[in-house]
Design a protein around this ligand. Sequence first.
Ligand code: AMP
Length: 377
Amino acid sequence: MNVGIVGGGQLARMLALAGYPLDLRFQVLDPASDACAGQVAALLRGDYDQETRLEALADWADVVTFDFENVPAEAAHTLERQVAVYPPAQALALAQDRLLEKTLFWELGIPTPAFTTVASLKELQAAIERVGLPAMLKTRRLGYDGKGQYLLREAADADAAWRALGGVPLLLESFIPFEREVSVLAVRGRDGSTACYPLVENHHRDGILRLSRAPLAAPELAREGWNYARRLLDRLHYVGLLAVEFFVRDGRLIANEMAPRVHNSGHWTIEGAQTSQFENHLRAVLGLPLGLTEALGHAAMINCIGSLPPRAAVLAVPGAHYHAYGKAARPGRKVGHITLRADTPAALEAGLEQLLPLAGYRADDFHSPPLAGNPDD
Ligand code: AMP
């Protein structure tokens, strides 16, 4: 079967790598001649709103999916007229706009930070009164990896925040002094069957994910997260993998955002789970049975940002796996990741101590507070 992917970055690349053993073929649509998925799949060069390109992809493919959510709504609809497209265009539209996304969370009873829209400096000042401080000002659209965000600590920050982001539709939301950040990776098949991966704990710096560990041994939180994720999957008649990111505050989840695609915090599943998120996304969009989502012991994923670590040194650490994306080194760019698998949490931490410095972090950079109810942790 032929799978078309809109976007040719590392997510498309890892989808293709997961799909070849299932006897699938891939074409990726991307405007960049050096799109890294083009090294492992046929590259169809073109803009995402170029009708002839979209039609060519739809013509060839049995199903079309995405490697990022900021696909123009019109493009998704053009594809939908010709071919099966998953996840549904509605899920993309919701995830593109923080206002629609947060309104959906609210409608489904999923806790989310207090928020209000902002269209002028005057509205920002009024919004600060309503939401309180500290608060995050965010662009409604096209924000990712911490881009398009401004943290306001005091009312006097309003002018600078407006100068930095003003001119496009904005959202002010309350700042959550979280204990930890987690994500839920859930998948829904064409037949409505669902599965969830173990809860993942994430560490961001400068808005970019740096380290994930899974499973997080917090069964109550996991149940709460799976429940919220299933509400989203069912409401959206979703097909494919959905990632939902949460803050944890006072032992409860507060939803930050969702991504209607495979997700960076799920890369550990390639070696660390029975079925990887990439394979399960493909199984879902093709109408195949979903694979088991259980973790195989303990896993961590270190993002390689800007440059790749020395390969031999990484591979010398027992349980470490190296993933280069075939991208040129550039500051701030995700160029690869390392997965570490271990049988025990202690062995995982010992391996991380060796691996983190190789990827440019300090060995003790990403410690988590103890879990409530787990005094020994
Ligand atoms: P986002 O682009 O919304 O995923 O934000 C990137 C990162 O910024 C998050 O993972 C958090 O670490 C931080 N962040 C975003 N929104 C908030 C908030 N309301 N309160 C506290 N931290 C936030």
